[in-house]
Design a protein around this ligand. Structure first.
Ligand code: F3S
Length: 423
């Protein structure tokens, strides 16, 4: 791998042990990927927080040790300096306010808070959400980023036109200290053209529909780059957020193009660039119905947990849920958790949405989600969610039954205790 003089100095330890470890990791990682060089990044989104029970023992050695071992893959502990470039913490395992409701014990909740003090002192912005682009981290078209979290990566690449691969704890840990990431994959312009074509033959309008379309496409194209033809409605951020999260869950889609809508595809020709346009895969009412049925992993219509906010809700979604719940009461056998970034939660508080949701018996959660924390209300057997991603993962991770539907279907189920959603 070719290094600049500055990168070589980092590698040689001129700027300290931690940066030398970080460069060593990036060079090993980049060489394994066939990258010929590194690229500068000014935007890192990673996972640094100490929020899992398994970290307790390591944390007894101090947070330098946690970062060294888990974010730099170093056997020794090195002193961790201030980050070199803007860096944020993605979603974490514990809601700093609702940890008891999650079933987290007090020492572990305190550990996360202590860890956050350590990270904050080193310049890591504690956004604690899988949607950093909703709370101020909005890279521009062409910007090289080092992001983790599949739903954030696909949004970053496709909707914003910035460039990132799906990074890991270690590579983002090293990127934060050096401002470098291997130049490969989606950083290279020639790797960003579509190679699969999807003909969308039906109207795709609401959020649940976009989730179904994303889930279908992920199953079909796996890790390829789809371009969509036939979209007749302008999607907003919420729909694209759900679409991308679903496509990244059922497949491994990290980039897609919608000509005329996403920034790198003014036309279908531009989306494909030098690539030949393949035979289209059709999405009709038949595929929509079969995708919907595939996502229903439940048989019991009696639900006991409703999970909303995957990816984390926007303020508009919080407003909608509050509107649907106003003057209503959640069924006594059902728990409703609504997830949103803490920064948006503050707006929801001020706007009165949190009071309406909690007045109806729901809980507004931040910082985490059940798939990441692997924590659900006690005794849950059947869940319902408005997220194709959550419907995909939660039954697999926690062995619950799952229903998928619109926000309205989910709120109705929270009130009645019964799933009555239909396509
Ligand atoms: Fe975010 Fe958790 Fe969903 S990380 S995308 S809320 S599974």
């Amino acid at each position: 791998m070719q290094l600049s003089d500055f990168e070589q100095a980092l590698f040689d330890g001129v700027h300290g042990d931690a940066k030398a470890r970080a460069m060593d990791l990036l060079v090993r990682y980049g060489e394994a990927l066939g990258a010929e060089r590194l690229v500068e990044t000014n935007n890192v989104a990673g996972a640094f927080n100490a929020s899992t029970p398994s970290i307790r023992q390591l944390a007894e050695e101090g947070f330098d040790s946690v970062y060294s071992k888990l974010n730099l893959d170093s056997d020794d502990t090195v002193e961790i300096p201030h980050v070199a470039v803007p860096t944020c913490q993605l979603i974490t395992g514990i809601d700093n306010e609702n940890w008891a409701l999650q079933g987290v014990d007090a020492p572990l909740a305190k550990l996360q808070q202590e860890s956050e003090k350590f990270l904050g002192k080193r310049g890591i912005n504690l956004m604690c959400t899988c949607t950093p682009y909703q709370v101020g981290n909005v890279p521009v078209k062409g910007e090289h980023c080092a992001w983790m979290e599949s739903s954030a990566v696909i949004y970053c690449n496709s909707v914003l036109g910035a460039r990132t691969n799906v990074e890991g704890k270690e590579s983002t840990g090293a990127a934060a200290l050096t401002g470098r990431i291997p130049y490969w994959g989606y950083h290279l312009p020639e790797n960003r053209f579509a190679n699969r074509l999807i003909d969308v033959d039906i109207k795709v309008d609401d959020m649940a529909d976009w989730g179904l379309l994303g889930y279908f496409i992920g199953l079909q194209v796996e890790e390829d780059i789809p371009a969509l033809r036939g979209i007749t409605h302008q999607p907003d951020m919420i729909k694209l957020k759900h679409f991308g999260a679903a496509a990244a869950s059922s497949g491994g889609v990290e980039l897609y193009h919608i000509p005329g809508i996403t920034p790198e595809a003014g036309s279908l020709e531009q989306a494909f660039g030098p690539n030949r346009q393949p035979e289209p895969i059709r999405y009709t009412e038949v595929e929509r119905r079969s995708t919907y049925e595939r996502l229903q992993c439940a048989t019991d219509r009696k639900v006991d947990f409703i999970m909303l906010g995957c990816p984390h809700n926007s303020i508009e979604q919080m407003a909608l849920i509050a509107h649907l719940l106003e003057g209503k009461r959640i069924h006594r056998d059902v728990a409703l958790w609504v997830h949103t970034p803490r920064a948006i939660r503050q707006v929801a508080d001020r706007s009165g949405y949190t009071d309406i949701i909690s007045g109806a018996g729901g809980v507004v959660m931040s910082d985490t989600c059940p798939s990441i924390s692997r924590r659900l209300p006690k005794g849950v057997r059947v869940i319902a969610t408005d997220s194709a991603k959550q419907a995909h993962y939660l039954p697999a991770i926690t062995k619950v039954q799952g229903w998928y539907g619109s926000v309205g279907d989910c709120v109705d189920a929270a009130i009645s205790g019964e799933w009555a959603g239909t396509l």
